[in-house]
Design a protein around this ligand. Sequence first.
Ligand SMILES: Nc1ncnc2c1ncn2[C@@H]1O[C@H](COP(=O)(O)OP(=O)(O)OP(=O)(O)O)[C@@H](O)[C@H]1O
Ligand SMILES: [Mg+2]
Length: 313
Amino acid sequence: MSPDGTPSQTANVQDAIVEPESHTEQERDRIAPQTSLGSPATAGQDEGATTSATTVTKQGLSVRLEDLRAFYGEAEQVKGINLDFNANEVTAIIGPSGCGKSTMVRCINRMHEEIPGAHAEGRVLLDEMDVYDPNVDVVAVRRAIGMVFQKPNPFPTMTVFDNVAAGLRLSSGRGTHGKADLRTKVEAALRGAGLWDEVADRLDAPGAGLSGGQQQRLCIARSLAVEPEVILMDEPCSALDPIATLKIEELIDELKKRVTIVIVTHNMQQAARVADRTAFMLSGELVEVGPTQKIFTNPDDSRTEEYVTGKFG
Ligand SMILES: Nc1ncnc2c1ncn2[C@@H]1O[C@H](COP(=O)(O)OP(=O)(O)OP(=O)(O)O)[C@@H](O)[C@H]1O
Ligand SMILES: [Mg+2]
């Protein structure tokens, strides 16, 4: 790939994620996310280069689950799921409590395996690359596939600015970012998360001092800062009031222009509002997936209909 942006994003991501056998200085730069996973708008820029904070545009990547199974010890809780998440679309995952939604989503960026005794089987393809390939760098996978949790979890002792910069600093190693560059990227991420106007004059205030909705957008900004291709959201609004929820939903609509979004929700109206496609899970299995409107108005499976009409769950 060329450092100044390439026509093939797949090649970019594969270059970035497949762990090189040895890391020379040059190679380390090559796999740094800000160049190799970066968008054409930002890739390959020198420190302090002038960029407009609003010019970051990015195409999401598709994700395909092939016979995905997830276990806690011996217990199989995701039981052979085949599912496509289309690039630059929002896919909602619905289903009753305990059916495996969070587990399935955590398998997509390999967070599941962090749980002691847990493992996954099958394949998760980010575009064409299997994120479970043994040569893949798991840290880079999680940079490419970000995650936002149910409860906003900003780093409590960090400022607003540092919360967003944290991911960049962690991923860049030694001083890849100049100050001006870091500020540009933090501003871009905060703008992307629809939070800039509310925090521009309090970047040095503690992140924990923001409202719940602002904290959740701060977490979204933090995940956007490393320029992911996919964002997984596990009930991102369940701790928020309706107005904060609406803001996140509007944001999701905006974000899908540049990333692919998977959102777990218990809120049927939310799924109907934000999702292009909806997948219904039951007991660790995928019952059906389709255009959101079809799932809610004319599903193929009677169990889906019972669930979306509130007969169980
Ligand atoms: N850390 C764990 N150890 C053992 N079993 C677990 C663990 N986490 C989840 N499970 C089990 O896996 C199954 C699926 O759980 P999961 O959290 O994925 O469901 P969910 O659909 O996200 O539910 P909810 O809607 O309540 O969040 C459940 O039976 C749950 O008890
Ligand atoms: Mg869950």
